[in-house]
Design a protein around this ligand. Sequence first.
Ligand code: NAG
Ligand code: NAG
Ligand code: NAG
Ligand code: NAG
Ligand code: NAG
Length: 521
Amino acid sequence: MGIDFTVLGIFTLFYLQILEAKPPHIVFILADDLGWNDVGFHGSEIKTPNLDRLSKSGVQLENYYVQPLCTPSRNQLMTGKYQIHTGMQHQIIWPCQPYCVPLEEKFLPEVLKEAGYATHMVGKWHLGMYRRECMPTHRGFDSFFGYLVGSENYFTHQRCYPISKLNLTRCALDLREGEEVAAEYNGSYSTEIFTQKASDLIGKHDQNKPLFLYLALQAVHNPLQVPERYMTPYSFIKDPQRRIYAGMVSAMDEAVGNVTEALMAHNLWNNTVLIFSSDNGGQTLAGGSNWPLRGRKWSLWEGGVRAVGFVSSPLLDKPGTISHELIHISDWLPTLVNLAGGSTYGIKSLDGFDVWKTISKKMSSPRLEILHNIDPLYVDIAPCSSDPGLTLPPEFAHRPVPISRINQSDSFDVRIHAAIRYREWKLLTGYPGCPLWFPKPGSVSSPQPSPQSPSTKAGVWLYNVEQDPEERDEVSVLNPKVVDFLLRRLQHHQRDAKPIVFPDDDPKCDPGPKGAWGPWV
Ligand SMILES: *[C@@H]1O[C@H](CO)[C@@H](O)[C@H](O)[C@H]1NC(C)=O
Ligand SMILES: *[C@@H]1O[C@H](CO)[C@@H](O)[C@H](O)[C@H]1NC(C)=O
Ligand SMILES: *[C@@H]1O[C@H](CO)[C@@H](O)[C@H](O)[C@H]1NC(C)=O
Ligand SMILES: *[C@@H]1O[C@H](CO)[C@@H](O)[C@H](O)[C@H]1NC(C)=O
Ligand SMILES: *[C@@H]1O[C@H](CO)[C@@H](O)[C@H](O)[C@H]1NC(C)=O
């Protein structure tokens, strides 16, 4: 009988705790193209006092991975799945391509909405918009303020895109409130507009409802534009691109500070989980730096995929710590849905893991492997081999593999652009993208070309990234069993991949001289 009472007691306590613990507010801030070496807490010359303070008092994620490009990272954040499982292995969605993340995929805000959340989005979408059903307000967001494509002007909010089938480059507005065009923001800097919109949503939020706010900042993607005052502290930076970029990072840091202040001012902070993440590595062609990591945005080297990230929250069990556990952007969906008391039941073949205990309690990560990507169509659209004075070793000669010629036999076709991580090991195949080590900003040296790889198996690179995060010691010859294992894993994933969707531009996308980029079907 005694046991029964104890059990009953435990159940009652547990039940009361559930009643008491309200689902947390979730604020996800995604920066665009922010590089590893572009935050103060990684030793950058760029000052980020707000990010430094929040990461220091939260949990800094130092073994955290994203995808090398905008659309893929956002796609994985929203679905919890690898690109091979949505048919979106290749590149980004360009403004005139008639496709979006498959409509049968359930997005994070949809699942959170089912769990009772108010769901709001501010900023960059980039997950397709050729028809209305693809837009944020049709994919789980109660409200949306932001833009649908990418690379716009920060002040005019216009995006110029060459529509080759029409022989013209169209410059058109890309800013919307819900589904309606928002034309009255010409001249206002997007980092400030988005911060204001996010703060307004926080201010108006009904405290009795849990909040999911997804703030996908335009900063710090090119074009390089910033109000003068943010650049003032950076007169010491000689490189004009890096100087403007530093100002943009400062504006973004202030944005994060303002949003956290708003959460505190409106009494939400006590029950908030704030996540900050970059969407991919920095673009060295536009002021970004991933030093000392190799490569850059668009590549599968660490400089393309290892991201700045942290979680800040009064709900963390072990705040003020640094996590070296393996975490991937696809992990947020199951992590946040479980935290919200929601359910991922019914979402088929999730690739993400619930990493809340890993982050909050310092438990080991349930994740052992990351499939960085497999993309047989890969083309480096800004190849570093065309940088003046640079010749890449022949092993980096770039040739996309025609799908019809992909080797369907038992072993993985190593001509394919792919990379996979397993525990400390990382294997890359095909042409992984720009393989250079870009020097520390401010130093006089030029990018270091890669040494000739000792690899006997052409097109295969193996690194122990735990010991060698800069990917300098290629060790495939010394570890043939690891190479075989990882090639088998790649082959397993490739067999499981959906066919790539990457349609030609549809000239009907043209919004005309006075229109705005948006749905045309
Ligand atoms: C576009 O330009 C090319 C070459 O200048 C020409 O052959 C073609 O007819 C033009 N197409 C249209 C739609 O104007
Ligand atoms: C935006 O403002 C600039 C500067 O005032 C002006 O030149 C431009 O025509 C405006 N653009 C639009 C689309 O109104
Ligand atoms: C942050 O808030 C201050 C004070 O309201 C404001 O002046 C500043 O423009 C805001 N910063 C951004 C990036 O929105
Ligand atoms: C936050 O929680 C602390 C400790 O429970 C409490 O003292 C404080 O008043 C709370 N603050 C707000 C703004 O709710
Ligand atoms: C396909 O793989 C098999 C076995 O590894 C190999 O013998 C063959 O040459 C490959 N074919 C192509 C086109 O690479």
